[in-house]
Design a protein around this ligand. Structure first.
Ligand SMILES: *Cc1c(COP(=O)(O)O)cnc(C)c1O
Length: 456
C-alpha cells in the first residue's frame, strides 16, 4: 500500500469532512462517525469472504443468539474478576466442564485457565513443564541450565516460539514417509535427563493426523524404566481437543493416559467460538507449580490467575458457555460429525481425481491434504491450482511439508461448521473445472513457490 491517503467516497462524504483521509498519521481533526465507519468498512472489502476461507481453523460464523450475547458482553475485561464476578464464575464452570470432558482424575481440582488462544495456553503449559523440571533438578542438586523439549518437526509455530522466548532447546523428531507424525519410534534418541516434556499433537496442522498419545506414553514408560528419565507429556489438542471427545470417545489421548500432565485447546477452533479463546488444563495441582500462580482480588478475597496477558476480552468465555449449554454433547457431536462427513466427502472427491493423491482423508479432525501424483504434469503445481481457486473466491492454501519432507508440496482443506455439503459440491465442481483448465495448458506456468510467510 504505497498510497498515503484514502479517497473518501463522495456518497459517504458529509459536511465538514475532507476529500481524503490520511493513512499514516492521526488526523488533526476528527470527522463524523458515519463517514469514518464507511471508510473503515470499505477498506476491509477486499479481505475476502471468511466463510469461503478453507485455510483457517478459526471460527468464522456463529448463530444470531451468539452474536447478541457477544454484542452484550463486548465490554467485559476477563481480568476484572471483582467487577464481573459472574463472568469469572462462568469461566470456572467452563474449565471444570472441559477438565471433565478430558477425564481429569478430579475435574474440580484440576488447575485450568482460559487464554487468548492455544498459543498462550501452550506457553503456559511449556513454562510449567520447564519449572517442574527445574525444581526437581535443583532439589536433587543437579544442573538445571539446559532444558530441552521433544516434539515432531510438524509442530505448530507456537512451540518454536515457546522454545525461543523461554530459552528451551527445541528437539524436533523429523517426520518422514515412514513416520508421518510423532509415534514414539525415535524418541529414545531425543529424550534425556534434560527433557522437560514431550509434546504430542492431537490434530497435526499440516494433515489433521492424531499423534498416538498412548503409544508415545508407552515408549516414555520404557525409557523411564530403562534410563530413569520420567518425562511428562503435554497434548497440544488445539483442534482435536474439541473433536475427539465427541466423535472418537474411545480414543485414549487425554488424562486417561497417566503420563499426560496438561492439555490445551483453542475455543476458537472446534470449540466453535469467535477468536480469541483458548483453554489449558493440568492434571492436578502437582502438575502446575504453585510459583506460577498470581492472585487478583475477587469478592473481597482473591482468586488465583495464570496468564501472560493482563487485560483480555471476556465475551468469548461467555460464548463458550453458551455453546456448551446450547449444543450439549450430542450437539457438538452432530456439528463436528457433519464437518467430518463434509471433509470425508470432499477428500473422496479430490482423491478420486486423476492428478491427486491424498496425504490424509479427513477421518480425524475434519482436515485433509493431498499432493500431485508424481509425473502427472510439468505444466502446473498446487500453487497454481491454489491461485486459480482464489480467483473463484476459495482460499485453499498450498505449502511444503515440514523440514525433511519439504520437497513435497501439499494442498489442505479445513472444514468448519458452516461449510455445507452444498458448498462442498460447488467446490468440487470448481476444482474439476480448474484442473481441466490447467491440464489443457501446452507449456509450463512460471515457477512458483510458497510465500515464506505462510504459517499453518
Ligand atoms: C492453531 C494451533 C495452535 C495455535 O493456536 P491459536 O489458538 O491460534 O493460538 C497451536 N497448536 C496447534 C496444533 C494448532 O493447530
Amino acid at each position: 500500500m504505497s498510497q498515503e491517503r484514502i479517497h473518501v467516497n463522495p456518497l459517504h462524504r458529509r459536511a465538514g469532512s475532507g476529500l481524503f483521509v490520511d493513512k499514516h498519521r492521526i488526523p488533526d481533526r476528527g470527522m463524523d462517525p458515519l463517514t469514518a465507519y464507511h471508510v473503515v468498512s470499505d477498506e476491509t472489502m477486499l479481505d475476502g469472504n471468511a466463510r469461503l476461507n478453507l485455510a483457517t481453523f478459526v471460527t468464522t460464523w456463529m448463530d444470531e443468539e451468539a452474536q447478541r450475547l457477544y454484542a452484550e458482553a463486548v465490554d467485559k475485561n476477563m481480568i476484572d474478576k471483582d467487577e464481573y464476578p459472574q463472568t469469572a464464575a462462568i469461566e470456572t464452570y467452563c474449565q471444570r466442564m472441559i477438565a471433565e470432558l478430558w477425564h481429569a482424575p478430579d475435574a474440580a481440582a484440576a488447575p485450568a485457565t482460559s487464554t487468548i488462544g492455544s498459543s498462550e495456553a501452550c506457553m503456559l503449559a511449556g513454562i510449567a513443564l520447564k519449572r517442574r523440571w527445574q525444581e526437581k533438578r535443583r532439589a536433587a542438586g543437579q544442573d538445571a541450565s539446559r532444558p530441552n523439549l521433544v516434539m515432531s518437526s510438524a509442530v505448530q509455530v507456537c512451540w518454536e516460539k515457546f522454545c525461543n522466548y523461554f530459552e528451551v532447546e527445541a528437539r524436533y523428531v523429523p517426520v518422514s514417509a515412514e513416520h508421518p507424525a510423532l509415534d514414539g519410534a525415535l524418541l529414545e534418541q531425543y529424550v534425556d535427563e534434560n527433557t522437560i516434556g514431550v509434546v504430542a499433537i492431537l490434530g497435526v496442522t499440516y494433515t489433521g493426523a492424531y499423534e498416538p498419545v498412548a503409544e508415545i506414553a508407552a515408549v516414555l514408560d520404557a525409557i523411564a524404566a530403562e534410563h530413569g528419565h520420567d518425562v511428562p507429556i503435554h497434548v497440544d489438542a488445539a483442534s482435536g481437543g474439541m473433536v475427539a471427545p465427541f466423535l472418537d470417545p474411545d480414543l485414549e489421548w487425554d488424562f486417561r493416559v497417566a503420563r499426560v500432565a496438561s492439555v490445551n485447546t483453542s475455543g476458537h477452533k472446534y470449540g466453535l467460538v469467535y477468536p480469541g479463546l483458548g483453554w489449558v488444563v493440568w492434571r492436578d495441582a502437582e502438575a502446575l507449580p504453585e510459583s506460577m500462580v498470581f492472585r487478583v482480588s475477587y469478592l473481597g478475597g482473591d482468586m488465583p490467575t495464570l496468564a501472560l496477558n493482563f487485560s483480555r476480552p471476556g465475551a468469548q468465555v461467555l460464548l463458550q458457555f453458551y455453546l456448551f449449554l446450547r449444543l450439549g454433547r450430542d450437539g457438538y457431536a452432530e456439528v463436528q460429525g457433519t464437518s467430518r462427513a463434509v471433509a470425508r466427502y470432499l477428500a473422496d472427491g479430490i482423491g478420486g481425481m486423476e492428478p491427486f493423491a491424498l496425504i490424509s482423508d479427513g477421518s480425524t479432525i475434519p482436515v485433509f491434504a493431498w499432493r500431485l501424483v508424481d509425473g502427472h504434469t510439468a505444466n502446473w503445481t498446487l500453487y497454481d491450482l491454489s491461485d486459480r481457486l482464489r480467483m473463484r473466491g476459495w482460499l485453499v492454501p498450498a505449502y511444503p511439508l515440514p523440514d525433511d519432507m519439504a520437497e513435497i508440496t501439499v494442498q489442505r482443506i479445513v472444514i468448519r461448521n458452516g461449510v455445507t455439503m452444498d458448498l462442498a459440491e460447488a467446490l468440487l465442481a470448481t476444482i474439476r473445472e480448474e484442473v481441466a483448465y490447467l491440464d489443457a495448458l501446452t507449456s509450463p506456468l512460471p515457477d512458483r513457490t510458497a510465500s515464506p510467510a505462510f504459517r499453518h
